[in-house]
Design a binder for this molecule. Sequence first.
Ligand code: F3S
Length: 424
Amino acid sequence: MRLTDAERAMLDGREGAAKQKAMDLLMRYGEALGAERLVETQNVAGAFNASTPSVRALVAKGYDAVYSELNLDSREVVPIPKMAVNTCQLITGIDNENWRTQGIADELADQQKKAEGHFGALGINMFATCTPYQVGNVPVRGEHCAWMESSAVVYCNSVLGARTNTEGKESTGAAALTGRIPYWGFHIPENRRGTHLVNVDVEVDDIMDWGLLGYWLGEIVQEDIPVLTGKIRQPSLIKLKHFGAAAASSGGVEMYHIPGVTPEANSVDEAFGGRKRQDTLRFGAAERKLAYDTLNCATDRNVDFVMLGCPHNAIEQVWLIASMLEGRKISPNTQLWVHTPRALREVAERNGYVKMIRDAGGMVMSDTCPAISRHVPKGTRVIATDSAKQAHYLPAIVGLPVWFGSVKDCVEAAISGRWNGGLQ
Ligand code: F3S
């Protein structure tokens, strides 16, 4: 790979051992990918935490050892300086306030909090959410980023028009110290053009519709770039958040275009940018039902656990749920967890939404989710969720059946303890 003088200086160790390790990692990574050079980034979203029992031995050696091994792939422990560029923490495995509700030991929660304190002081913003774009990290069009987390990546590329591949713990760790990432994949404009045209033949409007469309589409196009037209009502941040998360779960979609909505496509022609169309797909009532049936793997209508907030809820979603619950009580046989970023939980607390949900018997959780933490309430046998992504992963991760439906279906299931949702 071609290096600039500044990059060469880091590789030669003239800026310290950590940057030398980071640059060495980026060189090896870039060469494996066939990248010819690195690109500057000022925006990194990664995982810099110590929330699992398996890192206890590393923590005992100090946080430099944690970062060296987990974020720089180095057994040799090097002193870690402050982050070189704007860097944030994505989701973790532990809710810093409600870890006992998750069933997590105090000792592990304490380990995580101390690690946050250390890494926060190095300049890593502890947003602790898979939706950094909901709490202030909103890169602009064309900005090169180094982000992990598939639902955040597809939002970053498609809705914001910023540029990132789906990075890992190590590459984001190296990018945070050097401000560099290999120039390949979605950093290159030609690689961002559409591959498949999708005619949406059934009206897509609410969150559930967007989840079903994304789930069906991801399975078909896998890592390609769909261009959507047809009966699509004006989407919002929330709807596109669910759509992208679903498409990145059933497939590996990292980018899509909706002409007239997403920033790199004013028209279908612009979305393809001269690239040859591989296929034309149709999403109609049968395809919608197929996605719904695939996601609903439960048969027992008694629901023990309702999870709302994957990707993490926006504040208006928390308000909607609180409003639906006002003056009502959830079933004594069911637990309800509503997930939102910790910054928005603070707003929800001040607005009284947390109290409204708590008064009904539910919990507002932050920092994590059941798929990442691998924790659901003890004794859970059947789960309900409004998230196609969570419905996709939970059966494999916690080995339990899931009902998927609208927010209303899920809230009603929490109240009655029974699943009565269905496809309208
Ligand atoms: Fe976020 Fe967990 Fe869903 S990381 S996108 S809430 S699976």
